[in-house]
Design a protein around this ligand. Structure first.
Ligand SMILES: Nc1ncnc2c1ncn2[C@@H]1O[C@H](COP(=O)(O)OP(=O)(O)OP(=O)(O)O)[C@@H](O)[C@H]1O
Ligand SMILES: [Mg+2]
Length: 272
């Protein structure tokens, strides 16, 4: 599919090279992130060609956007609040004060429903003390400004937790890839330096897996980090179709698992 055409709003052009199927066929998407609304149009257009995405539009949203997965993972992830927000509108102190009140004070992290400005950490991501509403508003407003038209869904503020970090101060994150509720691959986060290895405890995988199965989306990733008190935490959930695989990771394991899961989905579609 042509991702540029999706971004330009022409979903028909985007899928014109996908072979239609008379009998109905299941398919996975693997590629760049797509906004929730655009994914819905993409799935609808494919369905009109007899192609059924393994991940429905509702399932995509539930894994891709924080408000979709947060409640299911609430015990395993930093406390978070959010509000829908229109791209380009500058939030006021009243907007931000109301939003963060439920988190109390202490440090916080700001992002939209999908992405942060983690590379502009002090300016547009990290708030040293959420009870300083003026400072929090500055960081939130800068995040909104920098996301520009790409602001996804709205504003999220999360309680900051201290994670075990590498020498550069980056939280060491393990990305677990789940297919039909089972972990099929564990990789480092794609931003980790080449050669980074990660290991996740079996207990953590069990706890996260139970939430993944409750969420129900068939192909998801979970980014896990070890909190400084030794507890594994979920930093974020993502839709596996649009999650990055580290550059050095051999793709065969994942592609093989997707093919196998796709075959069983294909059968389900054929049987109506
Ligand atoms: N609640 C938190 N407490 C402490 N650190 C956090 C918290 N949330 C995020 N971080 C840090 O900020 C980074 C970016 O956060 P997050 O992964 O949610 O954003 P992102 O932009 O979606 O990143 P990416 O998609 O590249 O993984 C994380 O990798 C982690 O190091
Ligand atoms: Mg992340």
């Amino acid at each position: 599919m042509d991702h540029d055409a999706i971004l330009a709003g022409d979903v028909r052009a985007a899928v014109r090279r996908v072979p239609p199927s008379d009998g109905g066929r299941a398919a996975w998407y693997r590629g760049w992130m797509i906004a929730g609304d655009a994914y819905t149009r993409f799935a609808t257009e494919l369905a009109a060609r007899g192609i059924w995405l393994g991940t429905t539009a509702a399932a995509y949203r539930s894994a891709h956007e924080l408000p979709g997965w947060y409640t299911v993972f609430a015990d395993l992830t930093p406390a978070s609040v959010w509000m829908p927000w229109v791209a380009g509108r500058t939030p006021t102190g009243a907007d931000v004060g109301t939003l963060v009140a439920a988190l109390g004070g202490g440090p916080g992290v700001v992002k939209d429903y999908v992405k942060s400005r983690k590379h502009e950490w002090d300016e547009a991501c990290f708030v040293p003390d959420l009870s300083d509403v003026g400072a929090a508003t500055g960081v939130v407003a800068r995040m909104v400004e920098l996301q520009g038209d790409d602001l996804a869904g709205g504003i999220v503020v999360r309680a900051f937790e201290q994670f075990v970090a590498d020498d550069d101060g980056r939280a060491l994150e393990a990305r677990v890839w789940w297919l039909a509720g089972a972990p099929v691959l564990v990789t480092p986060h794609p931003d980790a330096p080449a050669g980074t290895t990660v290991e996740v405890s079996a207990e953590a995988l069990d706890a996260v897996g139970a939430c993944v199965r409750t969420l129900g989306a068939p192909f998801v990733t979970t980014d896990l980090a070890l909190r400084s008190d030794g507890v594994w935490r979920v930093i974020e959930v993502g839709d596996g179709q649009v999650s990055d695989l580290p550059a050095g990771q051999e793709p065969g394991v994942l592609v093989g698992a997707l093919a196998a899961a796709g075959r069983s989905l294909g059968l389900a579609v054929d049987q109506g």
